[in-house]
Ligand binder design. Structure first.
Ligand code: BT5
Length: 273
């Protein structure tokens, strides 16, 4: 390292401003959760296109009250406010759409990334697949009596992406970072811009042509075709082969001579188990 250079520089606001008008990016220095900030703004009537990001997320949220842990400036944490004017039945595609956008952005930057149903992006490493990104989509209903009720419900799309974490900083054995997987320093601003550009493209396409996303998702999936164990929300476990993603974004698992479509759950890929 050259004397005086910061190994983990802050995000570059000028580069983020270049994403306007599609995305209005706000950088907060430190916050417990970018999703919480974006959700509050959505409740207050924020129009689509706000992006909240931070240098340090101190109490990141996963699904089911799990925690998402990232040291300062070692990751990208972003939360996007969307207001998709589509039937609620199509909303389960939002995390899948986001996974596609992140995967495409990472592939564009040279990483061997793939989507794991429903909300992870993995990177193939010499030591197997590791989670580099987690996605948390929350639906924000309009508060009763709100003067902004005409905007309808919002989706807060949260993305946590491990960029510059060292091997020692990885919070769990199943995690990796771009720096660890790629063996080279990572420009967080470049990653953030690439993700938001792909997200903008994929979101626009999905609004106009929902079927196209299914084909793209299948091509990027590292779950379809694999032996899986699915831990279902009620505690039951389904073991079988992931055969496809159905039109509602559910994972179809073949088992015991039948097929079950799963809408929510934690998947363990056989080779990771
Ligand atoms: C997720 O949940 O993967 C969704 C994570 C979403 C985080 C973003 S950051 C921006 C926005 N603001 C928020 O507050 N949240 C979103 P889930 O599938 O439940 O996975 C959580 C599990 O991943 C944890 O229980 C750990 O096992 C593991 N984990 C925690 N931190 C990790 C990390 N940095 N990298 C990889 N795995 C991690």
């Amino acid at each position: 390292m050259t004397k005086g250079t910061d190994p983990r520089p802050p995000l570059d606001p000028a580069a983020l401003a270049g994403l306007a008008p599609r995305w209005r990016v706000e950088v907060v220095d430190e916050t417990p959760s970018t999703n919480a900030v974006a959700a509050q703004r959505a409740r207050e009537g924020e129009p689509e296109g706000l992006v909240v990001t931070t240098e340090h997320q101190t109490a990141g949220r996963g699904r089911l009250d799990r925690v998402w842990e990232t040291p300062a400036r070692s990751a990208v944490a972003l939360s996007v406010v969307l207001r998709p004017d589509v039937p609620g039945a199509r909303w389960p595609w939002l995390p899948l759409l986001t996974g596609v956008a992140v995967t495409e952005a990472l592939r564009g930057l040279g990483y061997d990334a793939g989507v794991k149903w429903p909300n992870d992006v993995l990177i193939a490493t010499g030591d197997g697949e590791r989670k580099v990104c987690g996605i948390l989509v929350e639906r924000i209903e309009v508060a009763a009596g709100s003067t902004t009720g005409d905007r309808g419900p919002a989706a807060v799309v949260g993305v946590g992406l491990n960029t510059s974490m060292s091997a020692e900083e990885l919070p769990v054995a199943t995690a990796t970072s771009l720096a660890v997987a790629g063996g080279a320093p990572v420009d967080r601003t470049e990653v953030l811009v690439a993700v938001l550009e792909r997200l903008g493209e994929r979101y626009r396409e999905w609004l106009a042509d929902p079927a196209a996303l299914g084909t793209t998702y299948a091509a990027l999936s590292v779950t379809v075709g694999r032996a899986v164990r699915v831990e279902l929300p009620g505690g039951n476990v389904l073991a079988g082969t992931a055969t496809r993603i159905d039109a509602d974004g559910r994972l179809v698992v073949a088992h015991d001579g039948t097929e079950t479509a799963v809408g929510a759950g934690d998947v363990v890929h056989a080779r990771l188990a």
